[in-house]
Design a protein around this ligand. Structure first.
Ligand code: ADP
Ligand code: MG
Length: 677
């Protein structure tokens, strides 16, 4: 029979299992039982709507040992696998659990310590077995046998098996000095493992167990009661699911193990939400907030939703209607008496009870998050870094419908003390005269800190939220306000916090420089809506602000999409009258008004760059700067950039003369060049 090779990605996992020096090998049994339980769930679920899946025998898992042959068998009468199934499921890591594990291994590069924490799946049987045989049959197809001795691949052939389901036989490895594989042939050991790892499995796990029984009416030679040893079929698990047990009897480690195993995560959850409600709506829920973003969270294949059980019976996986969109990161299950067993996904959507269920679950999740926010701030911040984006998206996508629900769960980085704050914290410490909530947007906190608009706000003691996610400003504009406090961008024209004196000074300067400003505006026609004197700048010569409507950040975000590529903010160029560059402009305007066009353009372009926009012609901009440097250093009459160079207005050579132009800050270049006139 031809051997087939395992897929490469499976091979590594397999190697790991075969050569494992991991001492906790016993988890293989948990993995096989959990697969059997899944297969039983699937059959049960199919049988709800299709009679051919119905089983005449009760669904169960059988464990058997053969001490002579040194085999351990785990059999189920579940859904089974056909030839393709065996090939696909056991020849590749196509399934989530093991793929996650492999990812974790690749990330961590350490072999052994995480095996036990993870749903490593079927291949873990090679930790104890030198040969594994899987015989399986579905309701539609004849039975097949899959055989593998590990590294050298596997083979599949037809076999005799009448009943639907899967039987997995492990040929245990010979004992070594360190490891007693024989233990897995002992019923006491198997009982212990099943109680430890698989107690809550909903189907009976049965095994023939040796029992000594008193023999009626017979005495031993010494006159004591005579006993005989018989074999008896026993159910080894209590079959009470974890979520049906009382919270106070459950250890944290039990929750963690349950979560890791059931939801294929190798890290314990950040939060466990376990509760039971009785009343008009009765249900039990066991929910988890993962500690890390699932690796496929942002991929199409990520399936949000909870498992739905009815009276302890599994109904469906990924019932996404049980969760609000913003909580799609929550994993877990809900067990309710109120849903009929053969409910379909379509009915589920419309079901009134389900809607109530969802509302109730939503409330609980929110409550748990608020609790975490108030009592475990660090943990909450980690949570928010992981999943906060989704909350903001949800506010935006719902047009602010869930604003009330979510606004107090949001965190933003604040200038206050460089920490993440809630909107409540922000508004609780507004300055006496402050009404609005100020924010500023940019690519990163560092970039925002450098923005020209920010210095004065901070100097005046205003707290500013630094927004770095694309969705932030969209979410805030949909929310409009928090309490009675509106969100205002300090990169927008309508926010200026000038006092009377500043306002007066600004107006006077504007008046005195009316024609200069008009000239600049004319030069920048089509690029900016206005050029005006600013009261918001301290160390920078210019900045851009947006007029009402689309903000600077929104333009950037929208321009990334095909529909939004032409969206433009209405920009206003503001000039700092206290800056040397303004003096230079005034001088240039007096001596050579025709130079203003060129300088305006340079200032506009640097303002664009500082705001994180790209400029239309970076080469021309760079050439201009070079020209100015050369002119400032007195090294000539400009550089020949070829025919594309703009018709330069030649500034006069300037003193002081330097041998080489220093690579000075932009501001200085401009100032120097302009002063030279
Ligand atoms: P996972 O359980 O995370 O999917 P496993 O490695 O444990 O990964 O199992 C791989 C796949 O093999 C399962 O998804 C399932 O399709 C199939 N499988 C394993 N055991 C059984 C079984 N007893 N009955 C039916 N299918 C099974
Ligand atoms: Mg599994």
């Amino acid at each position: 029979m031809a051997k087939k090779q395992f897929k490469t990605e499976s091979k590594r996992l397999l190697d790991l299992m075969i050569n494992s020096i991991y001492t906790n090998r016993e988890i293989f049994l948990r993995e096989l039982i959990s697969n059997a339980s899944d297969a039983l769930d699937k059959r049960h679920y199919m049988a709800l709507t299709d009679a051919k899946y119905a089983s005449s025998d009760p669904l169960k898992i059988d464990i058997a040992v053969d001490k002579k042959a040194r085999t351990l068998t785990v059999a189920d009468n579940g859904i089974g696998m056909d030839k393709e199934g065996l090939e696909k499921e056991l020849g590749t890591i196509a399934h989530s659990g093991s793929a996650d594990f492999k990812q974790a291994m690749d990330d961590k590069k350490s072999d052994v310590d995480i095996i036990g924490q993870f749903g490593v799946g079927f291949y873990s049987s090679f930790m104890v077995a030198s040969k594994v045989v899987v015989e399986s049959k579905t309701v539609d197809a004849p039975a097949n046998r899959w055989t593998s001795e590990g590294e050298d691949g596997y083979a599949i052939e037809p076999c005799d098996k009448e009943s639907v389901g899967t039987r997995i036989t492990l040929y245990l490895r010979p004992d070594t000095a360190d490891v007693k594989y024989d233990d897995y042939l002992e019923s006491y050991k198997l009982q212990e493992l099943i109680r430890k790892y698989s107690d809550y499995i909903r189907y009976p796990i049965q095994m023939m167990v040796e029992k000594s029984k008193p023999v009626e009416g017979e005495k031993d030679k010494d006159g004591s009661q005579k006993y005989e040893t018989t074999e008896q079929l026993e159910t080894l698990n209590s079959m009470v699911p974890l979520w049906r047990r009382s919270k106070k009897d459950i250890k944290d480690s039990e929750y963690d193990d349950f979560y890791k195993n059931k939801f294929s995560d190798w890290e314990a959850p950040a939060k466990v939400i376990h509760y039971s409600l009785e009343g008009s709506l009765s249900y039990k829920a066991l929910l988890f907030i993962p500690a890390k973003v699932p690796f496929n969270y942002y991929a199409q294949e990520y399936e949000p939703g909870l498992q739905l059980y009815s009276k302890g019976v599994f109904i469906m996986d990924h019932a996404k209607d049980l969760l609000p969109d913003w909580a799609r990161f929550v994993k877990g299950l809900v067990d309710t008496e109120d849903v009929s067993l053969n409910i379909s996904r379509e009915i589920l959507q419309q079901d009134k009870q389900l809607q109530q269920l969802r509302e109730s679950i939503t409330k609980k999740i929110k409550g748990a998050l608020v609790d975490m926010l108030t009592k475990q701030r660090d943990k909450y911040e980690d949570f928010f870094k992981n999943f906060g984006l989704g909350l903001k998206f949800s506010i935006y996508n719902s047009y602010g419908m869930n604003k009330d629900e979510l606004q107090d769960l949001l965190l933003f980085y604040s200038s206050h003390d460089g920490k993440y704050v809630t909107l409540k914290e922000y508004t609780d410490r507004l300055k006496p005269e402050q009404k609005d909530i100020y924010y500023c947007t940019g690519k990163s906190i560092e970039q925002i800190k450098q923005l020209p608009q920010i210095d004065k706000m901070l100097a005046k003691g205003y707290e500013v939220l630094y927004l770095t996610d694309d969705v932030d400003e969209f979410a805030l504009s949909i929310m409009h306000d928090y309490g009675s406090h509106e969100f205002k961008s300090i990169q927008n024209a309508d926010v200026d916090l000038e006092d009377e004196a500043e306002k007066k000074a600004k107006e006077e300067t504007a008046k005195a420089n009316e024609s200069l400003l008009a000239k600049m505006k004319e030069a920048l026609a089509g690029k900016v809506k206005d050029v005006r004197i600013s009261s918001r700048l301290t160390t920078h010569p210019v900045c851009l602000v947006a007029d009402k409507g689309v903000s600077l950040e929104m333009q950037k975000v929208l321009n990334k999409t095909p529909e939004g590529k032409d969206v433009k903010a209405e920009k206003i160029l503001e000039i700092n009258p206290g800056h040397e560059v303004f003096g230079a402009l005034q001088k240039a305007f007096a001596s050579d008004p025709s130079s203003i066009g060129r300088y305006s353009d340079l200032l506009y372009q640097q303002a664009m760059l500082i705001e994180g926009f790209s400029i239309d012609d970076p080469v021309a901009y760079a050439n201009e700067i070079c020209d100015l440097m050369v002119a400032a250093s007195g090294h000539g009459q400009g550089v020949d950039h070829g025919k594309d160079a703009p018709a330069a207005v030649e500034p006069e050579p300037a003193a002081p003369k330097a041998e080489k132009p220093e690579p000075a800050a932009e501001k200085k270049d401009n100032t120097g060049a302009a002063d030279a006139k």
